[in-house]
Design a binder for this molecule. Structure first.
Ligand code: MTE
Ligand code: MO
Length: 323
């Protein structure tokens, strides 16, 4: 079995299947019914690495085991941000089942060699799925550790053959008013569809993941089925859900949160304990599940703990200016 080890043990990774890989969605669904043994063994791989490595330095008072412990499935799938279904954390779990995800098409366009529309099966075909255990940090100062299932975004982008003048990648979420009650709400503030973007080198970074599952199962709708982005060194809002469009662009694309409140949410949105949100500090985070009895308050790390891997992307940039 291919086993990939990163210097940061929290992103230990393993193939989701021991020998051959499930490359289409139906196989993944079938597999999720009970045979994803590879996924189940992943925590033990992470544990094995934990005993031989400790490359991250947390402040003295931080409890390491707490920081890297996986967030229970229930918390990951019931405490969500997916404004298309409402603004309460519990809204997506209650209402996202209304979203139709089969069939699913992804429009690919802009500065690529073959613009067009791909069926989900075509998007997934040919890629090995792997499990990646990532920390996930929302700009609202809560965090989780999630075992995602997916493939590197770079693989998909390479297949699209971006042209030399393509410097950014833009993503859009499904917008279907009839199935998304949050988009019909009077209090809805976002200019739908939800949009996000990355610089090309960020999008090509091996940590940037297209996720199709979590905890060895297909993604629940509330977590962005059938495919979403996971960019673990950035605040959660960059990890756009339920993607239906990908464009390679020459100019920096507009993103939903930046359009809404540019002084509070930047294009880069790298996790940075040194740069406070205008309305709250980003020095600490509440690791879910948390309560007043067990606040689980842990220090936030630069680039969410992935500094070693990604800091090079931002050399020479003033990260206070490009927040
Ligand atoms: N389409 C869409 N994608 C989205 C959001 C959203 O409201 N709509 N919320 C973002 C935010 S703020 C976060 S923190 C993460 C939450 O992902 P999770 O619910 O899987 O934890 O999704 C991001 N992707
Ligand atoms: Mo978020």
């Amino acid at each position: 079995m291919k086993k990939r080890t990163y210097t940061d043990r929290s992103i230990a990774s393993s193939d989701i299947t021991p020998e051959h890989v499930f490359l289409n969605r139906r196989a993944l669904i079938k597999a999720s019914a009970g045979t994803m043994a590879g996924a189940l063994s992943a925590p033990s791989i992470a544990e094995a690495e934990a005993s031989t490595q400790s490359t991250l330095s947390f402040s003295q008072d931080a409890d390491r085991s707490l920081v890297d412990e996986q967030t229970p499935y229930d918390a990951v799938t019931t405490y969500n941000n997916f404004y298309e279904f409402g603004t309460d954390k519990s809204d997506p779990a209650r209402h996202a089942h209304n979203m139709t995800t089969d069939p699913w098409n992804v429009k690919v366009g802009g500065l690529i060699s073959q613009p067009g529309s791909l069926h989900l099966e075509d998007v997934l075909s040919g890629f090995d799925l792997e499990e990646r255990i990532y920390r996930f940090r929302c700009v609202e100062a809560w965090s989780m550790v999630v075992p995602w299932v997916g493939f590197p975004l770079a693989q998909l982008l390479k297949r699209l053959e971006p042209k030399a003048d393509g410097k950014f990648v833009e993503f859009k979420t499904l917008f279907r008013r009839g199935e998304m009650r949050g988009t019909r709400s009077f209090t809805s503030v976002i200019d739908w569809p939800y949009r996000e973007g990355l610089r090309m080198d960020e999008a090509m970074h091996p940590l940037a993941l297209v996720a199709v599952g979590l905890y060895g199962k297909t993604l629940p709708n509330q977590n962005g089925a059938p495919l979403r982005l996971v960019v673990p060194w950035k605040y959660g809002f960059k990890s756009i859900k339920s993607i239906v469009e990908i464009n390679v662009t020459a100019k920096q694309p507009k993103t939903s949160w930046q359009m809404l409140q540019p002084s509070e949410y930047g294009f880069y949105a790298n996790v940075n304990p040194e740069v406070d949100h205008p309305r709250w500090s980003q020095r600490f985070e509440r690791k879910l599940p948390s309560s007043i009895f067990k606040p689980n308050r842990v220090p936030t790390l630069p680039f969410n703990g992935y500094e070693e891997q990604v800091a090079g992307l931002y050399q020479g940039m003033d990260l206070r200016k490009f927040y």
